[in-house]
Design a protein around this ligand. Structure first.
Ligand SMILES: C[S@@+](CC[C@H](N)C(=O)[O-])C[C@H]1O[C@@H](n2cnc3c(N)ncnc32)[C@H](O)[C@@H]1O
Length: 264
């Protein structure tokens, strides 16, 4: 039988749970609780309890620019960039504490002081950062959200949130395996008249590959094993107020065909 989990990664998790034994499930739950407790205690981890809006420079002890990795999971890009470009401060943002825990632990073990982790819903970014406090943001292998365009992290809704914490010249970087997500991002960028700074339609066809592109995330490795094309675009967030894109049913159908998933 074909292993859906290999093809679909996280999107198939509810179906894979039956493959686990009861003791594995209990073990995983316990493990998660331990990680949550450690996350709370780690000096580089923050959540909704911390009032840091406008005060992030005090966390890092310097005035260096602040770069976010959104939907960061284990924070692979935040960690990688923190070593590649150490004169900046990086904050990995995700709602899942047990994933952030992995990145936070690695940063602490290596003494990387220019990385921190924030466990919040990205929708609430403006409650945690002051206007202009964020210099750049990376969105790495976000959930494609085939059914709800506004939930995509480059939709009109999210771009309007990012503008609340960035200056118009602030840069948004997207690295993705999903053609549908990629296309809707380019459509939104075109509709808003935003400036594209750099665009790579097939990152792994580049030779040489720029050092920033060589950082690989947990999900990127899975999609590469599945033969997916990895794309990247960098654009300025701009000053306009984004409006929704028209819905494109054909993109959604293409996505489900591609993933081999059943449409419910
Ligand atoms: C497919 S994973 C990618 C993780 C990581 N960037 C990688 O490439 O390995 C998507 C991540 O986005 C996070 N996420 C999705 N929507 C979110 C939201 N609104 N707020 C915070 N995190 C969110 C999920 O918790 C998940 O960890």
């Amino acid at each position: 039988m074909q292993q859906n989990s290999e093809v679909l990664g996280e999107y198939s998790q509810p179906r894979c749970i039956f493959a686990s034994t009861k003791s594995q499930i209990v073990g995983n739950a316990k493990n998660k609780l331990v990680k949550y407790a450690e996350f709370e205690a780690f000096s580089n981890c923050f959540d909704y309890k911390h009032e840091l809006k406008g005060k992030w420079s005090s966390v890092f002890g310097n005035e260096n620019p602040i770069v976010l990795e959104l939907a960061c999971g284990k924070g692979d890009y935040a960690l990688g960039l923190s070593q590649l470009e150490p004169d900046r401060n990086y904050i990995g943002v995700d709602v899942k504490g047990n994933r952030l825990w992995a990145g936070a632990k690695k940063a602490l073990e290596n003494g990387w002081n220019n990385v921190a982790f924030l466990r919040i819903e990205i929708d609430r970014l403006a409650d945690f950062f002051a206007p202009g406090e964020v210099d750049e943001l990376w969105i790495t292998f976000p959930d494609p959200q085939p059914r709800k365009m506004r939930k995509r992290l480059t939709s009109y809704k999210f771009l309007n949130i990012y503008r609340q914490v960035m200056n118009p010249s602030g840069k948004v970087h997207l690295k993705s395996d999903s053609h549908m997500f990629w296309q809707s991002t380019l459509d939104q960028v075109a509709q808003d008249g935003l400036r594209i700074v750099e665009q790579f339609d097939d990152v792994y066809a580049m030779n040489p590959m720029p050092p920033r592109m060589q950082i690989q995330t947990f999900y990127e490795k899975i999609w590469l094993l599945n033969g997916k094309t990895i794309r990247y675009v960098q654009f300025e967030v701009g000053a306009v107020r984004s409006q929704p894109l028209p819905d494109r049913e054909e993109d959604r159908s293409e996505f489900f065909q591609d993933r081999g998933a059943r449409r419910i």
